[in-house]
Each structure stands twice: as structure tokens, then as C-alpha cells.
Design a protein around this ligand. Structure first.
Ligand code: NAD
Ligand code: TYD
Length: 356
């Protein structure tokens, strides 16, 4: 079996669902169930003996040690993290605890377990660390996209904490020989995306008749990748990546935020037109910019294509249409995640007027 951390979050749950759709190999899913973790994402696996869910913290060394000894996984895929830049600006403590200290403790538990494995299992073991392109900082317009050699220049508390975790993972390979793999991926979108992030926030706010808050001029550029493609890249790196290597993963799809918002409005105008009303675009509201806002991210994903033959299967057009359709089809999921805690966040970040 494999151990997945953070498998009740956005990407982790997509990964677990995709994994078990394509493989008989069981998944041990360790997730703390923070505000971002949601067991409803895994409802399709209820009663499936291949999925073992444990609520717990990656920083709980005793628990992780016990789980490794008991289940003997052949790999760890580490998604668990605090993942939202805006929350890291309001308070970075949880980001330091989980992304840095939690990763350190997980690495130590993995090292102790791996060190005691028989030769063959030891050679085959992998620790795959899921990271972000944000560790590289912000690109000037026209500058070449991030390669794996790009200098680390994290600018937000979130990206700084992820950069620190990448360095720890690297060091555990170089110093201790732990067979690690790191993926640095661009912005994901798709089903089960928590509506604090740009794309699901815009879809759910549009449908609720609320303002669509675009930070600053909306000309910040991100490189969007459909979540299913990120999951297939991780499976491929786990299968054939070289220990100690890092792989950039991206969608070859750079777009300014305002264009993303326009596309969502156009799709909603077609798929769920406002009754007798004007376009959803009329709900767009430019709001105060994010402090330290990175202007542009772009991924050069040629290494993973050249060495491992991976390329995204979805275009942005196909992926965003599927995503909008998924949110239209799952109003109950949206209502459930927009709990009291979510409303508190919206009030903190966007002001009480934009809340509930
Ligand atoms: P998410 O916030 O949706 O989910 C994180 C999950 O981790 C949640 O289920 C949460 O309960 C769990 N978790 C948090 N702290 C934990 C702890 N201490 N112990 C155990 N579980 C804990 O995040 P996501 O968007 O799914 O991102 C997953 C990973 O991918 C993160 O490491 C993130 O940095 C990385 N990543 C995300 C993106 C993106 O666009 N979302 C892009 C590139 C990389
Ligand atoms: P986000 O989804 O938070 O991802 P990240 O900051 O990790 O890239 O934001 C994506 C982009 O959208 C980013 O440039 C910030 C911007 N944004 C808005 O303009 N309005 C919003 O309400 C949110 C959440 C994000």
C-alpha cells in the first residue's frame, strides 16, 4: 500500500479517488481534517476496504511511526499542508507548524521506518513531496518560465514555508540517502476545490449573486493545470522519477486572473444564465490588492515530458468547463463546505458585507 498525507483536501482527495479507480493497491490516508479537509470528498470510497482513513497530524511522530510499522507502505505521497496564501498573510503559525515542522517530523519517521526495511523494499521505497511553483517567486513579464534550476525566491509566508519543506526533503536525501522525489506544480483547479481559492470562489460567488473580488488590476498571471493532470504527473513521478530529483509540473496555460474570471462568467452565462439578468460579469468588483502579491508564475514542464513522457491531457477549455459543470452539479457539497468557519474567513478577508 501507499501512505497519502492530506488525502481529504482538494488535490489529495482527487489523487486518492483517481488512484483507486486505476489500481488495486490500497491507500492509507492520514489527514488532520483542518478546515480544508473534508471526508465528504471521499464519500465514494465508503465501504471500500482498499481505503483506510486515519484522522491525525503528520507532526504526530508516535502516530506516524505506528502507522508505518503496522501498514508497511512502499511509498509516502505527502500532500498535507496549509495551502492558502491569504490565510498565511493573516497568520503564519499553522504554516510553520504543518509545512515545516510537520514535514520534518514526517521525514524523520519515514527515515526510521525506511532504515529498518529489508534491502529490496529499502531500494524501492519512495517519499514523494508535493510542492508548488510559488517557491520560485515572481517572474517579470516575458521572462522565461521556471525550470528546476530556478533560484528559490519565495515571497509569501505560504511559499516560504513550502520552500523550507523542499529544502528539508532535499537534505534528507543528500545527508541520509532517503529516496525522495519532489514535484513543484502550478495552480490547480477542478472538483473539490475549496471555495477560498480564485476559481471555486468565483463560481460559487457568481451563483450566489455575490461580488467577484478581483485583487488589484487582475493582471497577475498564473499557469493553471487541471487537478486530474497533476494527479497523473504525481503517479508518473512515483513510478519512474529518479530519487533526489525535482520535477516541475504545469499546464502550459498562463492567464491573467481577470481573463479567468471572464471565462467563468461566460461559461455560467451559457450553462446557468441569470434569470432575465445581465451577464455575471456585472458582479466583478476590483478590491484592494494582496500584500506582496506575486505578479506572474509560469512553469517550464519540459523535464517531466522529456524524462517521464508526461503531458497534461486537458486543455484549459475542457478542464474549466468540466469544473464549472461539477460545481453546478454539487450544490450540496458547496453548501456543506460553506460552514460557519468558512463564513468567518470570508468576513475576515473580504469584509462583513461580502460575508454570508
Ligand atoms: P488543501 O488545503 O485543499 O488540503 C490540505 C489537506 O491537508 C487538508 O485535507 C488538511 O486537512 C490536511 N492537513 C493540513 N494540515 C495537516 C497536518 N498537520 N496533518 C495532516 N493533515 C493535514 O490543499 P491542496 O490544494 O489540496 O494542496 C495539497 C498540496 O499540494 C499542498 O502541499 C500544496 O502546497 C500543494 N500544491 C497545491 C497547489 C494548488 O493549486 N492547490 C499547487 C501546487 C502544489
Ligand atoms: P489563489 O487561488 O489564492 O492561488 P495562489 O495565490 O496560490 O496563486 O489565487 C490565484 C490568483 O487569484 C492570485 O493572483 C490571487 C487572485 N485572487 C483574486 O484576485 N481574488 C480572490 O478572491 C482570490 C482568492 C484570489
Amino acid at each position: 500500500m501507499i501512505l497519502v498525507t492530506g488525502g481529504a483536501g482538494f488535490i489529495g482527495s482527487n489523487f486518492v479517488l483517481d488512484w483507486l479507480a486505476g489500481s488495486q493497491e490500497a491507500v492509507l490516508n492520514l489527514d488532520k481534517l483542518t478546515y480544508a479537509g473534508n471526508r465528504a470528498n471521499l464519500a465514494a470510497l465508503q465501504g471500500d476496504a482498499r481505503h483506510v482513513f486515519v484522522q491525525g497530524d503528520v507532526g504526530d511522530s508516535a502516530l506516524v511511526g505506528r502507522l508505518l510499522a503496522e501498514h508497511q507502505p512502499r511509498a509516502i505521497v505527502h500532500f498535507a499542508a496549509e495551502s492558502h496564501v491569504d490565510r498565511s498573510i493573516h497568520g503564519a503559525g499553522d504554516f510553520i507548524d504543518t509545512n515545516i515542522v510537520g514535514t520534518f517530523r514526517l521525514l524523520e519517521a519515514a527515515r526510521a521506518y525506511w532504515g529498518g526495511l529489508p534491502e529490496k523494499e529499502k531500494a524501492d521505497f519512495r517519499f514523494l513531496h508535493v510542492s508548488t511553483d510559488e517557491v520560485y517567486g515572481s517572474l517579470a513579464p516575458g521572462a522565461p518560465a521556471f525550470t528546476e534550476q530556478h533560484v528559490y525566491e519565495p515571497n509569501s509566508p505560504y511559499s516560504a514555508s513550502k520552500a523550507a519543506s523542499d529544502h528539508l526533503v532535499r537534505a534528507w536525501h543528500h545527508t541520509h540517502g532517503l529516496p525522495v522525489l519532489t514535484t513543484n506544480c502550478s495552480n490547480n483547479y477542478g472538483p473539490y476545490h475549496f471555495p477560498e481559492k480564485l476559481i471555486p470562489l468565483m463560481i460559487t460567488n457568481a451563483l450566489a449573486g455575490k461580488p467577484l473580488p478581483v485583487y488589484g488590476d487582475g493582471m497577475q498571471v498564473r499557469d493553471w493545470l487541471y487537478v486530474g493532470d497533476h494527479c497523473s504527473a504525481i503517479r508518473r513521478v512515483l513510478e519512474a522519477g529518479r530519487p533526489g530529483q525535482t520535477y516541475n509540473v504545469g499546464g502550459w496555460n498562463e492567464q491573467p486572473n481577470i481573463e479567468i474570471v471572464h471565462t467563468i462568467c461566460t461559461l455560467l452565462d451559457e450553462m446557468r444564465p441569470r434569470e432575465g439578468g445581465p451577464s455575471y460579469r456585472t458582479q466583478i468588483a476590483h478590491v484592494k490588492d494582496r500584500p506582496g502579491h506575486d505578479r506572474r508564475y509560469a512553469i517550464d514542464a519540459r523535464k517531466i515530458e522529456r524524462e517521464l513522457g508526461w503531458r497534461p491531457a486537458e486543455t484549459f477549455e475542457t478542464g474549466i468547463r468540466k469544473t464549472v459543470q461539477w460545481y453546478l452539479n454539487h450544490p450540496d457539497w458547496v453548501a456543506q463546505v460553506q460552514s460557519g468557519a468558512y463564513r468567518d474567513w470570508v468576513a475576515t478577508q473580504y469584509g462583513a458585507a461580502a460575508g454570508a
